[in-house]
Ligand binder design. Sequence first.
Ligand SMILES: [Zn+2]
Ligand SMILES: [Zn+2]
Length: 407
Amino acid sequence: MSTRDFIEKDYYAALGVAKDADAATIKKAYRALARDLHPDKNPGNAQAEAKFKEASEAYGVLSDVQKRKEYDDARRLFTGGGFRPGAGGGFPSAGGYGQAGAGQPFDLGDLFGAAGQGAGARGGGLGDLFGGLFGGGGAGAGSTRSRQQAASGPARGQDVETEATLAFDEAVLGVTVPLRMQSPGSCPTCHGSGAKPGTAPHTCPVCNGAGVTSRSQGAFAFSEPCRECRGSGSVVDDPCATCKGSGITDQVRTITVRIPAGVKDGQRIRLAGKGAPGRRGGPAGDLFVVVHVTGSELFGRSGDDLTLDVPISFAEAALGTTLTVPTLDGTVSLKVPPGTSGGRTFRVRGRGVPGKSRTGDLLVTVSIAVPGSLTPEARAAVEALAGQLDDDPRPDVTAAVRAGGGA
Ligand SMILES: [Zn+2]
Ligand SMILES: [Zn+2]
């Protein structure tokens, strides 16, 4: 995919859809075309094959939100600036001149230069356009270098991934933590130029600073990042010792981030704009934090619900009681009715894990605690009690035993 492709090819026409067609329409149009034009269905039909390739290429761009936007932007820029594909005999080499319309000289350099200087932080310039088209950083490896000309546009910072270990309650309630991160940033010694202090990079002689070169292949001319300067537009003679000429060094920084409430162990959360800072006013990348949650001695977790096991005495179970139990945030009172069996679970609404739409509940499960030893008095009392309890606590088991066992 080259810039020339973007400017000259009408992908919407190739798929037969309107410029504002939605994703579903584009997909449907492509599927229909792919079915009709597939080489397997049209053996030896060069025209069908060409159209099939055209449709595939168009779909490759229009089905990708980012690529489609770049394509639309590129076409808007060129058609809006008066450049008409084919009218002047092709895409002018960077910094050169094209002919647009009725013999009006069309200076591509002016167009980009003006945009670059006028827009300040927005940058603009050929580098910006090409950087975007080439995937914003991949082929634009050179965009990490400083350029002396206004060829370098803003670049989005890198996405950074890091880890954080949270206590159970921190994960449930959310917490603000400082994170130490190592990520590439502008070299402090050369301020990103890559050149030894006191020296300056010079304009790349191969591409004249544009960072791109044109290559002809058949009827098409492709623009690609300059190999000599790797797209940066400038060449460093005397590299900076700190960054070895790259203009980029790993830098440690500490940032404070808010981990949202309700994260789970192993979860990867995205904090937009908290990644590596952008260059030249570009937006920062995103930060991904993989959270590790240490266990809680008291609480368990089941989705958004917290679980808590609470032993009660036989007397409490039989007579009923009011329990006071801890939550992650304060305590709560819980009425246990008379005649409560072990294993019964009580739900305390809204005292669990704060979720996106609702806050989970606290599930309190009681068990009957039996003393390991009894004083003689207690023993006498329990024996007296046993004489009063003639209800069989296990009627099903008794019935099975009477029937001779089995299910
Ligand atoms: Zn440096
Ligand atoms: Zn170059």
